[in-house]
Design a protein around this ligand. Structure first.
Ligand SMILES: *Cc1c(COP(=O)(O)O)cnc(C)c1O
Length: 392
């Protein structure tokens, strides 16, 4: 029996749960009790579906990439999450959670961001609903994703630099959690399928619209089910959304790419399922990149959205029970896959999504396979990095 939803305590097998300081317990309990009835209510569904369709522009297309298919000798389809308003899948979750926050009577929203896509999505949702917005972002990421910082400011959000540790995503999460502990009345809008229960499940449910659409679109275009779903995993929200309605389907292989930075054998990587061990990070038990005595290992990826030493508990569980095939993609492989898609199909992918494209090289596909790649976001934010890498 494969569970795509966690148990009452938020566990998927051995992974998940809610490990938080006492001051947050009451807050979390309220969320845990209210999120499913709220998501299932007609009031929420009517408003959410309207926003997905008319504000985000869903359904996003499922595009048969013919030149990419010819190159890899199989059928390749791209799920175009890059075409969502604000340029990535992050907005599905931000809209869902902002409606919940409003329902709970919250007036102040905080969020963490790595590549800035979740910060932009949250700032956008706050502008739309007229809520105060504070975004925590690593100082290093503020430099490499500068255009997204400008967008957040333009949207009226306050961007606070996280200056501890490697000054990247995990440090931004630490500071957002600290803010939440100081201000329990604030709503913490987590951007990936990580954190204490109910966040991993809640974020997965909001993102599951991706696999719901893939299923319908594939049935209409081709018939039947795809044979493979490919996605990049940072914390795991776009992958969870793209996998959700296929979990437990015996003839659909779920495949994930982890960012291995300079390479799995170096100390500059962020490939948590490859290299991590079981531990607790940011409120949940999962795989974590840590030393034998439990010190976090600083992660590295060229992609700010994948530069994280943990992974959502759903993926740790799926991997544990052999339902998730994993591969790694280095910085260099991702850059090249990003350029290849841009020049073959005229689609500039986010560096995060480019890691998923590397899987086309890593998995041996048969000519009759039907492969869906979740193209989680667009690459405008990464142009300076691409240009520098290729000396353009
Ligand atoms: C944030 C981000 C990711 C990584 O986060 P997940 O939660 O693993 O999806 C991947 N792609 C894009 C475009 C992102 O913005």
């Amino acid at each position: 029996m494969i569970n795509k939803n966690p148990d009452q305590e938020g566990f998927y097998g051995d992974f998940g749960g809610a490990f938080v300081p006492e001051v947050l317990a009451a807050n979390l309990k309220e969320l845990q009790e209210k999120y499913i009835p709220f998501i299932e209510s007609e009031e929420f569904q009517t408003e959410f579906q309207d926003l997905l369709q008319n504000y985000l522009g869903r359904a996003t297309p499922l595009y048969h990439a013919k030149k990419l298919s010819a190159k890899y000798g199989t059928h390749v389809y791209l799920k175009r999450e890059d075409l969502n308003h604000t340029g990535s899948h992050k907005m599905n979750n931000a809209l869902g959670q902002i409606l919940l926050a409003e329902k709970l009577g919250k007036k102040r929203i905080i969020a963490e961001t790595g590549a800035g896509q979740h910060g932009v999505a949250t700032a956008t949702a706050c502008a739309l609903r007229g809520l105060e917005c504070v975004i925590y972002m690593g100082e290093v990421d503020m430099v490499r994703q500068a255009t997204n910082v400008s967008r957040m400011k333009m949207l009226g959000a306050e961007v606070r630099a996280a200056r501890s540790g490697t000054k990247t995503l995990k440090d931004a999460v630490n500071e957002a959690l600290e803010d939440w502990i100081q201000n329990p009345d604030t709503y913490y809008l987590i951007g990936s399928a990580v954190g204490p229960h109910p966040y991993p499940d809640m974020v997965t449910r909001f993102q599951s619209v991706i696999s719901k659409e893939i299923k319908t679109q594939f049935e209409e275009k081709v018939g039947g089910l795809p044979t493979h779903i490919l996605a990049a995993i940072g914390g795991g929200s776009n992958a969870a959304g793209a996998f959700y309605h296929f979990i437990g389907e015996p003839n659909v292989q779920l495949v994930a790419a982890e960012a291995s930075g300079h390479g799995l054998e170096t100390d500059k990587t962020a490939a948590t399922l490859h290299l991590g061990t079981t531990g607790v990070l940011h409120g949940s038990k999962s795989k974590v990149m840590q030393t034998a005595d439990g010190q976090l290992i600083d992660p590295h990826s060229i992609s700010a959205g994948l530069d994280y030493p943990g992974i959502g508990p759903l993926h740790a569980y799926l991997h544990d029970i052999n339902q998730l095939e994993i591969h790694d993609a280095t910085d260099q492989e991702a850059l090249e896959a990003g350029r290849e898609l841009t020049q073959l199909e005229g689609i500039l992918p986010a560096l995060e999504s480019a890691h998923a494209l590397v899987l086309l090289k890593k998995v041996k596909f048969k000519p009759e396979d039907q492969v869906v790649v979740n193209l989680s976001g667009r690459g405008d934010k990464d142009l300076p990095t691409y240009l520098k890498a290729f000396g353009l």
